[in-house]
Ligand binder design. Sequence first.
Ligand code: UN1
Length: 507
Amino acid sequence: MDFLKTLGIENANCGTSTGSTWLGPAAGDLQSSSPADGTLIGALSSTTPAQYDQVVEKAQAAFLEWRSWPAPRRGDLVRQIGEALRQHKNALGRLVSYEMGKSLQEGWGEVQEMIDICDFAVGLSRQLYGLTIHSERPGHRMYEQYHPLGIVGIISAFNFPVAVWSWNAMLAWVCGNVCIWKPSEKTPLCAIACQKIISPILEQNNAPEGICNLISGNAAAGEWMTKDHRIALVSATGSTRMGKAVATAVAGRLGRSLLELGGNNAIIISQDADLDIAIMGALFGAVGTAGQRCTTTRRLIIHEAVYETVKEKLKQAYRQLRIGNPLDPANHMGPLIDKAAVQSYLDAIEKCRTEGGTFLVEGGILEGSDYKSGCYVTPCIAEVKSSYTIVKEETFAPILYLLKYRTLDEAINIQNAVPQGLSSSIMTLNLREAEQFLSCAGSDCGIANVNIGTSGAEIGGAFGGEKETGGGRESGSDAWKNYMRRQTNTINYSTALPLAQGIRFDL
Ligand code: UN1
């Protein structure tokens, strides 16, 4: 595993860092195994409560200096991080693939997503625009400006072990914040690798120690941040259950949270669809990342006129899938993250069958020497009714549900009739259908696409969703505003003091 050496993490044993400094001693209590082959890749140490306090204090001190750096200078540091990520794209992409289990193509894609957000953030560092507003009073001027918040706590999930952190961190930094990252305990080495890539750049630029912090451990380490009034914003990615706990704790102290939670994404396939595009979009959406993206396609809502044809084409396409070691570029799909995920997949299949679902492509655990980690499963397809409870749940696994519709109104109702609201698509060449889907009476999701699948969003758009997806927006567009506080300024350059609303207050 030459990439472990290239990234300097063969002997990673610390899990807490304030930038270039690693806080010991190393306990080795947190272990990371590859779902690809079951190998123990490394052991590191969970952050202790005392170390957490040290990190927060460093971060607070660093903020006082960092916020006064001109934003374009902060952007230049992010530009250098983007350059370093380009140099490490191969090795870091391999580590993502090995520690998380996604295909190598997707591992590299994830690092590319980090590079893209760096470029985006560099441009932003020369913008961060506010508005000017006309005052009702003579000789007065109004404007609004944006200031950094302070410490941004980032809780990230195993499925995008590096990219989603970078969406948050790169924007937070150019905005003048400092970050504390608590990665998933299932993918800690990816986080350590990022810290090691970035720390020489921090040193070369004399950036204050404490702008780029890492803490490690299980959910408890994340909870410290949600309850800590010193953490101005907690940005959390993960399940709806986790998000509700974060939202409640942060709201209890009137802090800010930014949530990117579960999805239950559907593609509507109309009778006017280009079926080749529809099948490829559905295939990547459903089996890419082994169904472990928040944007994974979980439901296909298919017009009755093309239902049988789509079924046949899907069956054929699924037969051609290659499942195996994610580092082998010939494979489309790797393992699930761990055995608990395999169990959830089996439970969902069982539940679907009990509710009356019929399986068009059967699921199951793959066995044999290539699959010795026990985490490899077969992607499956079931015909269901939208009333089934399992169809309303997000199971982080490659299970695709098929539903039939007659009118577009009915299809849109089915698509919206789940608690989650992240991503959605329609496959149609019919302009009227596409526009109805995109109208306010159409999809209720944060992302709505035409003739592309539900997953694989570009970083330039705001990313996030409605309802139980949490309502947050990260990455592109004006998502940067989440990382800043807005200040309205009114300046009087006249020789009088007129009051707003014409109020008289004379002596
Ligand atoms: C996630 O699964 O948490 O749109 C993020 C996509 C990726 C990001 C997914 N760009 O599928």
